[in-house]
Design a protein around this ligand. Sequence first.
Ligand SMILES: *Cc1c(COP(=O)(O)O)cnc(C)c1O
Length: 349
Amino acid sequence: MDIDEETIDLRSDTVTTPSDEMREAARDAEVGDDVYRDDPTVNELERRAAEAVGTEAAIYVPSGTMANQIAVHVHTDPGQELLLELESHIYRWELAGAAKLSSAQTRTIDAGDRCVPTPDAVAEGLVTEDLHRPGTGLLSLENTHNYRGGVAVPVDEMAAAAEVASDADVPVHLDGARLFNAAVALGVDASEVVDPVDSVTFCLSKGLGAPVGSILAGDEQFIEAARRVRKLFGGGMRQAGMIAAPGLLALENVDRLADDHANAERLAAGLNALDGVDAPAPDTNIVVAHTDEAGIPAADLVEACKAAGVGCVEFDEHATRFTTHRGVDDGDVDDAVERIGDAVAELSA
Ligand SMILES: *Cc1c(COP(=O)(O)O)cnc(C)c1O
């Protein structure tokens, strides 16, 4: 999609561009060869990121997908099962990476609107290794849950699911691409969300506004293993301080995520008021508009919105995702609602 300046781009919070401050930080960053651990800016980012989520260590990686895939690779042995939610990002949007990169067999649990499996569902999903069965190598959870609409999963529900796996000596990973959105929405420190799990992914490049990069965090031994796998997957970077410096500034953008959440709520209310559109109030910055009732396919809505000057993405046959971020304010949201309203009216006619 070509995005012109007048378009209100709600496709994703990944569309944010670096602030002037981030660009200056990139230019002025102290750098070295990070594969030799010689980049002071990357080292500082990894230290600060670990501190922010309450883990012993962290590693800077190019993307959230790589962070998740490294975690799967480190935690599982080839042929083991990866237990995860049916609509989770790792299962749905990562090109079968667990199968291709780690020879993991996936087993899914449909957690529905709850987004995190119940303890009973986890217990049922865990497989014990024997003559015929491979054994579960990892349980993966997701918070916020992207596909189910940026849902902030309560920490006690996450902890209950994680405890069942931990009791069975199965490690637990959290795909927290939008971990800080969850923490802000739940009103807790990110470290509380991470406390029940063994490793966590979060993205600097989404609502936090960095141009590039994600973090994988966990204990020292895990991160040491992750460093080798990052190299294996082609993610060993050299003077990466150039892109890590904006990441350090991104870590200071946590509080502003509340603005994105307020704008998403405003957007959902506006969309929900349109005839034939069902847009539930969101927990965080992701609004999903359902148009089954109006009989409008999401693909058509995305096209019509594009023509009307709003960027959004098709999520399912009749579900369209709109994401708020640093690049849009409440006035943009009101304009977007008007434009989307025109698009819906045209498609309903
Ligand atoms: C965006 C996202 C990822 C992947 O991040 P990339 O940096 O785009 O690879 C992983 N998990 C979830 C839940 C996401 O929303």
